[in-house]
Unconditional design. Structure first.
Length: 255
């Protein structure tokens, strides 16, 4: 009789614990609806951080990839996402739209100079991209913060016109297009975000260069204040404060 009572008591306690855990995140079904809006450049560190968070908390999330500029209209309209992984100035845009609870800095994006693996043409500095006959790939400044930064720096150095001749029609909207063009030999060198270049190290080489840009571009994880799951959002932000910088650094997002 005592044994049965103990078993029943144990089951009641276990059930109560399960209830408390589920209660903390409302209901099971809601957990699977938490969505991260993620800039495409941050795919790999975001997936790793999300996986680590699930291992620690049991909370699963969905992730939607796209350009930060593509996610922003949905954020401004308060109509999609619970968390927004992006870079400046999009954190500020989110705050201006009164859509943010707060944001956590986790790294930096910066343009880096890349060549084919082994650097066969001995390119050592960004000024070398103006070398006659070199085939260059650049991000399109009409769509890319990276492209804007590169164009502004090259104009400041007085090399923009010569570099532009070497680019011809190889202004790309995505960094993967730049990387592929260099990998297959259609281009000799180019500029792209640091973290994206890091994922192509099997085919590309990053040439170290000093930081000469006027802008400093941070990577931030933003909590969206219209989320139906504010507890999970805040827990993820706290987790990002502890683990985020290390994860993003591992994927090359450093200044």
């Amino acid at each position: 009789m005592k044994k049965s009572a103990l078993m029943v008591g144990g089951l009641v306690i276990a059930a109560a614990l399960v209830f408390v855990i589920v209660k903390a995140y409302r209901v099971d079904e809601s957990v699977t609806q938490v969505t991260i809006l993620c800039g495409g450049s941050f795919r790999y560190p975001a997936e790793k951080l999300m996986k680590m968070f699930k291992e620690e908390t049991g909370v699963d999330m969905k992730i939607s990839f796209g350009g930060s500029e593509d996610h922003l209209p949905h954020v401004k309209a308060h109509e999609a996402g619970d968390i927004y992984i992006t870079h400046s100035p999009y954190m500020e845009y989110t705050e201006e739209a009164q859509a943010a609870t707060r944001w956590v800095p986790v790294g930096y994006v910066r343009p880096v100079l890349v060549t084919k693996k082994g650097n066969p043409l001995d390119i050592q500095k960004v000024e070398d991209l103006a070398r006659s006959g070199l085939k260059v790939a650049l991000p399109d400044s009409n769509y890319s913060t990276c492209g804007e930064m590169v164009e502004n720096l090259f104009k400041k150095k007085g090399i923009w016109d010569d570099v532009k001749k070497n680019v011809d029609n190889a202004f790309f909207r995505s960094h993967s297009q730049t990387a592929t063009a260099i990998k297959v030999g259609n281009r000799d060198a180019g500029m792209m975000w640091n973290g994206v270049a890091h994922t192509w190290l099997d085919a590309l080489e990053i040439v170290p260069t000093p930081y000469e840009y006027e802008q400093v571009i941070e990577v931030g994880i933003v909590g969206l204040n219209y989320s139906a799951y504010p507890e999970i959002v805040e827990d993820f932000l706290k987790f990002a404060e502890e683990k985020g910088a290390e994860v993003f650094s591992d994927f090359g997002f450093t200044k």
